[in-house]
Design a protein around this ligand. Sequence first.
Ligand code: NDP
Length: 342
Amino acid sequence: MASGTQVVVTGASGLIAKYTIAEFLRRGHDVRGTLRSLAKADAVRSAVSLLGADPGNLSFAVADLSNDAGWDEAIGGAAVVVHTASPFPVEQPRDPQEVIAPARDGTLRILRAATKAGVARVVMTSSAVAIFYPTGRPKGHVYSEEDFTDETRSDLTPYFKSKAIAETAAWDFTESTPGAPQLVVINPGFVQGPAVDADLSTSHELYRIMAKGTYPAAPSISFPVTDVRDVAAAHVEAAFRPGIEGNRYLVGEGQLSLFALGRILARELPDLASKVPKFELPDFAVRIAAVFDRKLQTVLPELGETKRYTNSKVKAGLGLTLHGADEAATAAVRSLRDLRLI
Ligand code: NDP
C-alpha cells in the first residue's frame, strides 16, 4: 500500500506497539496510537525516535479496553487498525475476569468501531498461548496455526485464557458481521529483543526478577522465543499484504528454557551470575510452590513437555527472516543493562 495510509495502533505504550509504530512511520504511514492516558504520549514519541522513526506523523487518542468511550474517535478515518492492547500482568489476578473481560470486550469494541468506520483490515496481536493448549494432542505433536487453545482447560492461567478467548471472539465477530473488516492475527511466542525504555513488558520484567536473585531454581519449562523486531515486521507486513485475510501467523524461532534464559543473563552480565537460577526444579515442587506464589501459576501449563512447532507459514507467507532465540534473548539482556535496569 502507498505511504501516507492512516493506521491506528492500540496500546501504543506497549513494547510491541512501540516497535510496530516505528516501523509504520519509517515506511511513511501516519499513525494514531491509543493510550489509556496521554501521560505516556511523550514517552512513546521518545521511544519511536530512539527506534529511528520521526514521530512527526504520530498522534494519539485516549481509549480504554474496558470502556466504550473514545474508540469511535480513535478509529475513525483509519484504513488499518493494529490491535496490540491487552492486559499482560506479571502476576495472575485472583479474579480471571480482570484480564479476560478487557481482552475480549476490548477486542469487540475495537472491531465494532472499525466496522462502523469502514476500516479495511484489523491486525490483532494474539499469542502463541492461543495455539499451544488445545486438548487431545499426542506428545510430539508439531504445533502450528491449525491448533487452537481450548479455553475451557482448567490448567490455563487467566492470561492464557484471555488471549484464546479474545482471538476466538475476533474470528467469530468478523465471520458473522456484515461489513466487518478483514482480520489477520499474529501469534508471537515469548517476546525478547531489545527493550527501548524503562516501561518494560512482562517478558522483559522476567530478567529484573531473575537479577534480584528471587528464584534460586527455575521451573523446567521452555517456550518459543520471538524477537520484538520480528513481531513488528510481521504486523506491518500483515497490514498490507493482499490476499492474506483470514490467516493467523505463529511468529517464533527456536525455544529457550527459563534456566537457559538465566544462563544467557549470567553469560552476558557475569556480575549477576550468582543471582540466576542454579538448577531446574522438579515439576511437582513447582506445582506445590505455585499454591503460595501466584507468579509461578503462569508456568504451570508449560510443565512436562517441550512443545515442537513450525514457523514455516510466517516465513513463506509474510516473507520474514527471524532472529534466533539466543540472539533475541542476548539483545534483551544487553538492552536492559544499557538502560541500567539490571
Ligand atoms: P506491554 O505490557 O508492553 O503492553 C501492553 C499494552 O496493553 C500496553 O500499552 C497497555 O497499556 C495496554 N493495555 C493493557 N490493559 C489495557 C486496557 N484495559 N485498556 C487499554 N490498553 C490496555 O506488553 P507487550 O507489548 O509485550 O504486549 C502487547 C501485546 O502482545 C499484548 O496483546 C500481549 O498479550 C501480546 N503478546 C505479548 C508477548 C510477550 O511475550 N511480550 C507474547 C505474545 C503476545 P498501559 O501502558 O496503559 O498499561
